[in-house]
Design a protein around this ligand. Sequence first.
Ligand SMILES: *[C@@H]1O[C@H](CO)[C@@H](O)[C@H](O)[C@H]1NC(C)=O
Ligand SMILES: *[C@@H]1O[C@H](CO)[C@@H](O)[C@H](O)[C@H]1NC(C)=O
Ligand SMILES: *[C@@H]1O[C@H](CO)[C@@H](O)[C@H](O)[C@H]1NC(C)=O
Ligand SMILES: *[C@@H]1O[C@H](CO)[C@@H](O)[C@H](O)[C@H]1NC(C)=O
Ligand SMILES: *[C@@H]1O[C@H](CO)[C@@H](O)[C@H](O)[C@H]1NC(C)=O
Length: 603
Amino acid sequence: NNFLSFIHVFSILLSCIELLFHFNKPENYISMYHQEGSDMLYVGGQAMIYVLTFTNRGVRNLQIPAASDQTAIDTCKAKAAPLELECDNFITVIQKVNDTMIICGTNAGSPRCWMLVRVSSDKILEFCCTIASASDISPPYPSQKSISLPADGSLYSAMSSVAGHAGSIRRTFGSQKLLKTENVWLLNPQFAGAAIMPSTLKYKEEIYFFFSELNKTARVDEEPYRARIGRICTVDEGGIKALLADSWTTFMKARVMCGAGNTQQQYNNMKQAVVLTAQDKRAGVLYGLFSNAWGRTVICAYSIEDIDQAFSTSKLKGYSSPFIGSRPGMCVRKNSTAGGHNDIKNLGVIRYHPEIEDVIRPVGVAPLDLPTDDQITHAVADIVLAVNDEHYSVLYLGTDQGKVLKVLHSSEGVFIISQYSLFHNEGPVLNMAIDSQKGHLYVGTAMEVQRLPLADCSRYGDTCRECILSRDPYCGWDRSRRKCIPIPPGYNRSTSPREVLVQSNTSIFLPCPVRSFHATYRWVKDNCVKNYPCLFSGDFCVLGPAIDTPLKEGVFRCIATEDGFKVEVISFRLVNDGRLLAASLASTLGPSILLAMATLWLH
Ligand SMILES: *[C@@H]1O[C@H](CO)[C@@H](O)[C@H](O)[C@H]1NC(C)=O
Ligand SMILES: *[C@@H]1O[C@H](CO)[C@@H](O)[C@H](O)[C@H]1NC(C)=O
Ligand SMILES: *[C@@H]1O[C@H](CO)[C@@H](O)[C@H](O)[C@H]1NC(C)=O
Ligand SMILES: *[C@@H]1O[C@H](CO)[C@@H](O)[C@H](O)[C@H]1NC(C)=O
Ligand SMILES: *[C@@H]1O[C@H](CO)[C@@H](O)[C@H](O)[C@H]1NC(C)=O
């Protein structure tokens, strides 16, 4: 496989600086908490909280025992023989709500949560106050998966279903009303993740929950799982006394498909989900990790805009009457007129018809075409602004063999940039945390926790060619030092691409200097696959107005290809007149000036 030959296989050499922490005993269930920008990682294990501080000289660790009392353990063992190994205090939740750190454990079948007050001078964690709703936040046994997400001063918790427990999505802590899902809304949910959907209007902020539903009475020839997205509004304060009093009034759910088109080959069991969004814009991508009945794992990518659109416009399943007034389930500001006739009607619609008809399908209508057969156990993702001023998604996929694959996802498809083998152990990756701000990835297995740099550029060799062929968007070639280096934080990209303000009527000609007559030159727009030829060439390959050349707005790059090796020679960002420009380079230029200046710029 040609594609694979470019994958850089790294074995992390741990002899110099060990950014690795070994557990004293295997930790088969680990929870993690990491705050962006810090060097600390909280790891919850069996009857133990590990507070790890990663420094240039190694990992400092503070281990805080958190055992259940013996009577709880004895009671657990007496009543739940098959779960005997789970009769201990497994730390399942470590989260910060406002400034309060909340830590929850299974406590041998009767969950408890504590608020962490501070780390005292002699490095002991001081707790106060248990939290009443502990059994809604933490499961009683670690094999029952739960998700918790802090948002806007409240804690949101999703609990997977097990025998005798329906599973739920709840607001569990905070000053807002504590709400829950109605049992009929979820069919044996198994949760895979949750994410905040930001909005410029605060009251429109939503939380998405990702899960699979399991139909236990499905026939053997039927697929028992269905992947789902459920959503609620953070402003939701529940219904009225007679209807949805303590339940969400904004819950809706949708079916999610992951498979090739309408074929039978579908991956219906969503195991994990991560979302990449812009700070306050509802745009981005959802990555779901799915498996099929044979346990094969794939990744599907979805557009957040598509999902948002479906929830705001789709018909509701089983409901055909027109909506009166506002659409049911939408986020609305708390308003004194609430409780009016239409609102009550809408509550009824949501109560009985929370599912939308539209089905969410992946971008490219199929799973990402990853050239690997590895079983993926965990995924995290990052958005990278590369030297060429484009945003790229990078996925980090943990495998059942303790490897981490670093995968570039762009409009052109997926590409495995590199693969890390985590030397000391071959067990599955159980958990990961990413810190985009500091550029770190934390990877946990049952035996150890490691920190890796997101930008690992020195490993791509000593030539510009190798650096660029790695396609690692975290890295760039430093011409003066002749090294492949991480793109420095706050790197000033004002030289590339150059901004040009286009007046609606003028013709624009973009020059690209021809430096090598052995190379072929062409233009691409917005990194799209479509190429534009030179209008005339000589010393310059010029892109100018022609049929099919939309020279109005966007990023235009001149690409030279020689010997299979591509370089970007120059790029321009055309901005339509009337728009405000931030960059100082922006200029209003006529065609002749533009051509003349090109020569100046290049010396
Ligand atoms: C979180 O902070 C906000 C504003 O500072 C406050 O209104 C809210 O009550 C706090 N929530 C909790 C759970 O302490
Ligand atoms: C589960 O599958 C059975 C058998 O196909 C079907 O009759 C039943 O309606 C399904 N249940 C749900 C909630 O979809
Ligand atoms: C309440 O809602 C009505 C109609 O939906 C709107 O006209 C009014 O401005 C709202 N009031 C507040 C205080 O938001
Ligand atoms: C980037 O560089 C340009 C020109 O050197 C300068 O004017 C601008 O202030 C710089 N921007 C930042 C954010 O440093
Ligand atoms: C732009 O073009 C229109 C018609 O094509 C013309 O009427 C107008 O005067 C032009 N404006 C400028 C600034 O050249």
